[in-house]
Structures are given as structure tokens and as C-alpha cells.
Design a protein around this ligand. Structure first.
Ligand code: SF4
Ligand code: SF4
Length: 138
């Protein structure tokens, strides 16, 4: 049965949410917004939205914020969030589904290496660059 909140979303937001859930095989409504995933996320410093905020925006259909947030592109798939989530949600899979969805619409959205700031060039772990470019490099 469809979650009652999903029925209230705009059609585009509902489509996005359903696609992300399908592609990731995750039920975002299991999230209780405890923030544990965000507390340990190494991508947080260079991301616009924390992992739990990503899920929150999805739940309320704020897709525009999700499109502009860099979080999905800066996730390094370390799966620390998955290991710590008390509800067993795999944020890395959810963010991978984001990338898949957005890139299917427009490949120009792929992360460009030149978009990294000087700080990120100097301080970000290499796994960030490798992770960010892994599945959507040109
Ligand atoms: S740790 Fe899990 S339940 Fe808690 S906010 Fe993150 S995704 Fe939601
Ligand atoms: S898998 Fe991505 S979202 Fe999860 S802790 Fe690692 S960098 Fe953060």
C-alpha cells in the first residue's frame, strides 16, 4: 500500500521518490530522522545537505533542493551510514539511485573534476574523488 504522504506529493516528486526507492531497493519511510548517518558522514563538510536531510527533503517532495545539493555527487560510498543506521537504511544506495536518476535525465549533470574547490583538492580524501567519479565520469 502506498504511504499516505506519497499520495500528497506533486506528481514529479512522487515519481522521483518511487524511482529512487525502486532503484535503491530502500524504503525511505523507515527513516526516523535520528541523524546518526549524518553524524559520521565524511562527505558532510563538502555537501549542502546531510544524509538525513536528503531523506527528509524526499519525504516532503522538495526535489529542487535535492537537485542542487552536492551530496549525491560527494558521497564516497563508504557505507558508514549503513553500518550505523538503526533502521538498516543504505544511504549509499539511495544516493547512487539519485545519480542514476539525474544522469538518465541529463548526463551533463555528471560531476566535473574542475568543480572541486581548492579546499577539496587539498584536503578531501582521494576516495572522495574516486567515489564521486566512479559511476558517472565522462
Ligand atoms: S541513521 Fe537511518 S534512521 Fe537515522 S536519520 Fe539516518 S537514515 Fe534515518
Ligand atoms: S556512504 Fe556516502 S552518505 Fe554514507 S557515510 Fe559514506 S559518504 Fe556519507
Amino acid at each position: 500500500m502506498e504511504h499516505f504522504i506519497v499520495r500528497e506529493l506533486e506528481p514529479s516528486a512522487r515519481h522521483f521518490l518511487k524511482e529512487v526507492e525502486r532503484l535503491s531497493d530502500q524504503n525511505i519511510f523507515k527513516c526516523m530522522q535520528c541523524g546518526t548517518c549524518s553524524a559520521g558522514c565524511p562527505a558532510l563538510l563538502s555537501s549542502d545537505l546531510a544524509p538525513n536531510q536528503i531523506i527528509h527533503r524526499m519525504m516532503i517532495g522538495r526535489i529542487v533542493e535535492l537537485e542542487s545539493a552536492g551530496t549525491a555527487w560527494r558521497c564516497m560510498s563508504c557505507r558508514l551510514c549503513r553500518a550505523r543506521c538503526p533502521r538498516g537504511l543504505d544511504m549509499a544506495r539511495i544516493l547512487a539511485a539519485f545519480r542514476q536518476f539525474f544522469l538518465a535525465e541529463n548526463r551533463e549533470r555528471a560531476l566535473q573534476p574542475e568543480s572541486f574547490t581548492e579546499m577539496e583538492d587539498l584536503q578531501a580524501p582521494q576516495i572522495l574523488l574516486v567515489g564521486a567519479l566512479r559511476d558517472h565520469g565522462a
